[in-house]
Design a protein around this ligand. Structure first.
Ligand code: GAR
Length: 209
């Protein structure tokens, strides 16, 4: 039976396209009784996403909305996605390696209620191949960022950010692995802040309003 603590939890959908290791980190964190969010839905735009199996193994409802049959009709794809999110009474959406760009319309509909994790210290290194580009740029610090999603890619108010030192002789793989380990801590912390209403997209603490 759902006790009072369960009733108050925010209902979260995690959107994936691949491995789903951040999704798993969120599912693990959300098992704690005092965690303010429940991962109730995982949606993949790829039927072969590796993350679907661990989500199912954890008893989370999974849905595949393959983007390919929709072709260039991004609105139709997003209508299907939105319908699924509403059907499951989703409060918050977490993008976790979800590799599709949204239209402004969809982002506005979920504005302030949709988070993304990006493997760089935004605003540095938006886009792809962030670890390779960080090494090429010779930065001393790299890291990960959780932010609210806005229409511009890899932008939007930052909820949490953590730096990782770039070591001597670092390879792209070793840097990626250390950043990923940080991501797995950072995303659950950031979702907690948002689900508890301690951080909002306007940047004001909700409690002080
Ligand atoms: C993560 O490193 C995430 O930050 C990145 O994709 C990886 C997904 O891994 N996201 C982006 O690059 C988005 N721009 P996961 O599927 O194991 O969580």
């Amino acid at each position: 039976m759902a006790g009072p603590a369960t009733v108050n939890k925010k209902r979260v959908a995690v959107l994936i396209s691949g491995r789903g290791s951040n999704m798993t980190a969120l599912i693990e964190a959300a098992k704690a009784d005092n965690y303010p969010a429940a991962i109730v839905l995982v949606i993949s735009n790829r039927p072969d996403a590796a993350g679907l199996a661990p989500a199912r193994a954890e008893g989370v409802v999974t849905v595949v909305i393959d983007h390919r049959p929709f072709g260039d009709d991004r609105d139709a794809f997003e209508r299907a996605l939105d319908a699924e999110l509403r059907r499951h009474h989703i409060d918050l959406v977490c993008l976790a390696g979800f590799m599709r760009l949204f239209t402004k319309n969809f982002v506005e509909r979920w504005r302030g209620r949709m988070l993304n994790i990006h493997p760089a210290l935004l605003p540095q290194f938006t886009g792809l191949h962030t670890h390779r580009r960080a090494l090429a740029a010779g930065v001393k610090e790299h890291g990960a960022t959780v932010h609210f999603v806005v229409p511009e890619m890899d932008a939007g108010p930052i909820v949490a950010q953590e730096a990782v030192p770039v070591l001597e002789g670092e390879s792209e793989e070793s840097l990626a692995a250390r950043v990923l380990a940080v991501e797995h801590q950072l995303y659950p912390q950031a979702l907690r802040l948002v689900a508890e209403g301690r951080v909002s997209a306007s940047g004001e603490a909700a409690a002080s309003r």
